[in-house]
Design a protein around this ligand. Structure first.
Ligand code: F6P
Length: 321
C-alpha cells in the first residue's frame, strides 16, 4: 500500500482527532501517504480532500470536533454515488479507506466494500451504542461534560426546591444517561433499554421523596425514552412540585477530549494501520475486555458485546432510592 484515505462520518465525537493523528503518524512511519477526505462520505463522493502529513496533525490531539469535518450522507446510501466515490479513490491511486464513526459509518463501509475498496472502521460516537465494541470514542468526554452540567443544574434545583428533568443524548441507548446520572447522583435515571412507560413509578417515587422531606429531585432521561418537556409537565401535575427541563444537547458532543478519548483514539488509529500492514481487509477495530481486537465488517454489525450491564443498572436503582 502506498496511499490511503481517512475520513470521519456521522456525529462528531471527541477523540476522533486523536485517531486521525495516530493513523497519519503510523502510516507515514511505514512510508504510506495519507489523504484526508473532508465531510465524511459526502466529501468522498465529491472528492474534497486535504493532505495529511505528520506536520498537519501535530497539534490536534486536544481539539474537539473533527478536523476533517463530517456529514450524514444520504447520497452515499445510493450505489451510483458509492461507485463515483470508489472511482475517485482509484483514480487517485487509493484502494484503502479508514472510516471513523458509528453504526451508520459501518453500514456505509459494508456497502462500499462491494466497490472493491478495502475499508477499516474505527468506532467513534458519544453514544457508545455499537454492538461490536465495549468502547466508542467520545463517550468518556460526553459523560464528563454531562456530569458537570447536571451537577450545576442540581445547585439551582436545590436552591429552588424544584424537580429538574435533564435530557441527555444517546440515541436509542442509555449509556450516557446511566453513567452521567450515576456520577451526578440522580434520583431517577430513565433508560430506553429498560423503560416500559411506567410514568406512575416515577411520580410516586418523587412524591415519596417529598413526604420524606426532600425538596430537590433530579431526573436524568435518555433522549430515546420520552419527551422531556412532557415528562416534566406530568411530574408537576402529579406531584405539585415545580419542574423544569434542561436539554443538554450539543455541549455533549463538543469540547476538549478527555485523556481517555485521546488515548483510545491513538490506540485505535494505530491499530487500524497495523491491520493494513498485515494486509487484512474490511475490518472494524473494537475494544473487548479492555483490549484492542478487530472483526469482519459484517460480523461486527451482528455482535452484542456492548449490552447494558445489569449490575450497573441494578446499582443505579439502589443508589437512587
Ligand atoms: O450519535 C451521536 C448523536 O449526538 C446522538 O446522541 C443524537 O441522537 C444524534 O447524534 C443527533 O444527530 P444530529 O446532530 O445529526 O441531529
Amino acid at each position: 500500500i502506498r496511499k490511503i484515505a481517512v475520513l470521519t462520518s456521522g456525529g462528531d465525537a471527541p477523540g476522533m482527532n486523536s485517531a486521525i493523528r495516530a493513523v497519519v503518524f503510523s502510516a507515514c512511519n511505514l512510508g504510506i501517504e495519507v489523504v484526508g477526505i473532508l465531510r465524511g462520505y459526502d466529501g468522498l463522493i465529491d472528492f474534497e480532500t486535504a493532505p495529511l502529513s505528520m506536520d498537519d496533525v501535530r497539534n490536534i490531539n486536544n481539539r474537539g470536533g473533527t478536523i476533517l469535518f463530517t456529514s450524514r450522507s444520504d447520497r452515499f446510501l445510493k450505489k451510483e454515488y458509492r461507485e463515483k466515490a470508489a472511482l475517485n479513490l482509484r483514480e487517485n491511486g487509493i484502494d484503502t479507506l479508514v472510516a471513523i464513526g458509528g453504526d451508520g459509518t459501518l453500514r456505509g463501509a459494508i456497502d462500499f466494500k462491494e466497490e472493491g475498496i478495502n475499508v477499516i472502521c474505527i468506532p467513534g460516537t458519544i453514544d457508545r451504542d455499537m454492538g461490536c465494541s465495549e468502547y466508542t470514542l467520545g463517550f468518556d468526554t460526553a459523560v464528563n461534560t454531562a456530569t458537570e452540567a447536571i451537577d450545576k443544574i442540581r445547585d439551582s434545583s436545590i436552591s429552588h426546591g424544584r424537580c429538574s428533568v435533564v435530557e441527555v443524548m444517546g440515541r436509542k441507548k442509555g449509556y450516557i444517561a446511566l453513567w452521567s446520572g450515576m456520577a451526578a447522583s440522580a434520583d431517577a435515571i430513565l433508560l430506553p433499554e429498560k423503560w416500559q412507560g411506567d410514568f406512575d413509578s416515577v411520580t410516586d417515587a418523587i412524591k415519596k421523596h417529598h413526604t420524606d422531606g426532600r425538596d430537590c429531585y433530579l431526573v436524568v432521561v435518555a433522549e430515546g425514552v420520552t419527551d422531556a418537556e412532557e415528562l416534566a409537565k406530568l411530574i408537576q401535575e402529579k406531584t405539585g412540585i415545580e419542574s423544569r427541563v434542561s436539554v443538554l444537547g450539543y455541549i455533549q458532543r463538543g469540547g476538549q477530549p478527555s485523556a481517555k478519548d485521546r488515548m483510545y483514539g491513538s490506540l485505535m488509529g494505530a491499530y487500524a494501520v497495523e491491520i493494513l500492514k498485515e494486509s487484512r481487509k474490511n475490518r472494524v477495530v473494537a475494544i473487548k475486555n479492555d483490549l484492542l481486537v478487530d472483526y469482519d465488517l459484517e460480523e461486527a454489525l451482528s455482535l452484542k458485546n456492548n449490552s447494558l450491564d445489569s449490575f450497573q443498572y441494578q446499582l443505579s436503582l439502589r443508589l437512587s432510592e
